[in-house]
Design a protein around this ligand. Structure first.
Ligand code: FAD
Length: 437
């Protein structure tokens, strides 16, 4: 019987998972695996920026997502095996123990994730990987992925001219191959124990994405319920008007943590938008939401084109700009002790909850880069450690954009903090709310 391994990466779901569907169709028996080792460190940091570990928030959301994935797999007669170690060590051992003929997984185009796959390939195991995290697949684009338009607006206009409908998402499979019979000889992680070891982080009533509440918890089932709830009401219509909000659960879709872990497929979101528009008519809110999902595609595709260049201090620029990184400034920024009230309030929220509105992410990133003169990659690494919706492509893409080291011809975005505070927090209620962590 042909045994295969399915390695879950940033695709912690059963619905619309073509790589998993393909593995299931080819396997006599299938072992679904997750390697915790990949998620236990910050991959894009440098020692001189200080030791960074994924926050309790990030770890908690991941464990919840894995527990949910395991439950979903068990409902189909399978189960998730979680191993604690780097994929390059653990997966070849598992493949040998099971006599598996191949490891299937999704493709991720960021340097660390790409090197994980390269190392696996060197182990001699056959790897079948598949790109599946964009709304529009690279081979469906009206240009080659290497010839991505340099400006986002050109990118989305070219897409709008060429593609009318995204491909529909695949449903949750009705069955999966059985687990291999000889699945012994390797240590596995008990997720509930791991969660208990993490310790209880107490609910934070001020949070805009309260992941400790069941409806915002990590995992596919909560993601699909949230999607149905969000598009079942009137919030999508108001999205364009409210998306620059700073606090509360309703000002934006709050889909990011699920999209980032892959508990939710972006094609599922696009389908929900299309169904909403059929019911409620086209409107500026859903139109704008779709544009944000295209930013998400754009930053993913940028990684296919430029890869590791996006992780250099100079990014895509020809010349290296002076780097005046100051670790004392950086530490004060991380802890919310800069003396700039809006920045400090935002950094307190990030520390306390692992989430921050898009507007405040822009303000604090701009402040670190353009006011404190720090290395933008240190800020990106801090976000990688803290965010419950950390997504390597979106994070790197946005930081590059604000630093002016990416494709944007305007050369960076500087936000005037006082002006932003007056415009978005005129009563200073947000600043009072997050005066302390
Ligand atoms: P909504 O406004 O409801 O948007 C819906 C979805 O569209 C989001 O879930 C996200 O998948 C996508 N999206 C929205 N804005 C952007 C954007 N600017 N770029 C790319 N995709 C976008 N987003 C992440 O998912 N992970 C990150 O690690 C991340 N790091 C960021 C770092 C900086 C410096 C900045 C300025 C932005 C970053 N973003 C990141 C983008 C954005 O802030 C979040 O996606 C958004 O705030 C999440 O909340 P939401 O789901 O309610 O977003």
């Amino acid at each position: 019987m042909n045994t295969l391994i399915y390695w879950f990466r940033n695709d912690l779901r059963l619905h619309d998972n073509p790589a998993l569907t393909q593995a299931a169709a080819q396997a006599g028996s299938l072992l679904p695996v997750y390697c915790l080792g990949s998620a236990s460190a910050v991959h894009n940091g440098e020692p001189r920026w200080g030791v960074m570990q994924p926050s309790l928030h990030r770890q908690r959301v991941l464990l919840d997502s894995l527990i949910d994935l395991d439950a979903q797999l068990r409902a189909l007669g399978s189960a998730l095996t979680v191993v604690d170690g780097p994929s390059a060590d653990m997966l070849p051992k598992l493949a040998r123990a099971l006599d598996a003929t191949a490891i299937h997984c999704e493709t991720i185009a960021a340097p660390h994730e790409k090197s994980e796959l390269d190392q696996l390939q060197q182990s001699g195991t056959q790897i079948v990987s598949r790109w599946q995290s964009t709304l529009h697949a690279p081979d469906a684009l009206p240009f080659k992925a290497q010839d991505l338009p340099a400006v986002y607006t050109q990118f989305r206009r070219a897409l709008a001219r060429a593609i009318t409908q995204p491909v529909a998402p695949l449903p949750i499979p009705s069955q999966l191959p059985p687990l291999p019979k000889t699945a012994h000889g390797y240590a596995t992680v008990n997720l509930e124990d791991q969660l208990a070891r993490l310790g209880g982080n107490s609910p934070e009533p001020r949070s805009s994405l309260p992941y400790l509440q069941a409806e915002f918890a990590g995992g596919e089932r909560a993601a699909l319920s949230h999607l149905a709830r969000y598009f079942g009401g009137e919030l999508p219509r108001q999205y364009k008007a409210t998306r620059n909000g700073l606090t509360g659960t309703d000002f934006s879709s709050k889909l990011s943590a699920w999209l980032a872990s892959g508990a939710l497929s972006v094609r599922q979101v696009a389908q929900a938008i299309a169904q909403y528009e059929q019911r409620a008519g086209p409107n500026e809110g859903t139109e704008w939401l779709l544009l944000e999902l295209l930013w998400r595609d754009y930053f993913r595709l940028l990684h296919l084109q430029y890869g590791a260049k996006l992780f250099r201090y100079r990014g895509l620029r020809d010349k290296v700009p002076p780097n005046h990184h100051d670790s004392a400034h950086f530490t004060r920024w991380c802890l919310g002790r800069t003396g700039e009230p809006l920045v400090d309030a935002a950094m307190h929220e990030l520390l306390a909850t692992g989430y921050l509105s898009n507007r405040l992410r822009q303000v604090v990133a701009s402040y670190l880069i353009h006011d404190l003169g720090c290395d933008w990659r240190a800020g990106a690494a801090w976000f990688e450690a803290q965010l419950i919706d950390y997504d390597v492509y979106n994070n790197q893409g946005n930081w590059l954009y604000i630093a002016g080291m990416g494709t944007d011809p305007r050369g960076g975005r500087r936000f005037n903090v006082q002006k932003q505070a007056l415009e978005h927090d005129p009563e200073q209620s947000y600043q009072r709310l997050w005066q302390t962590v």
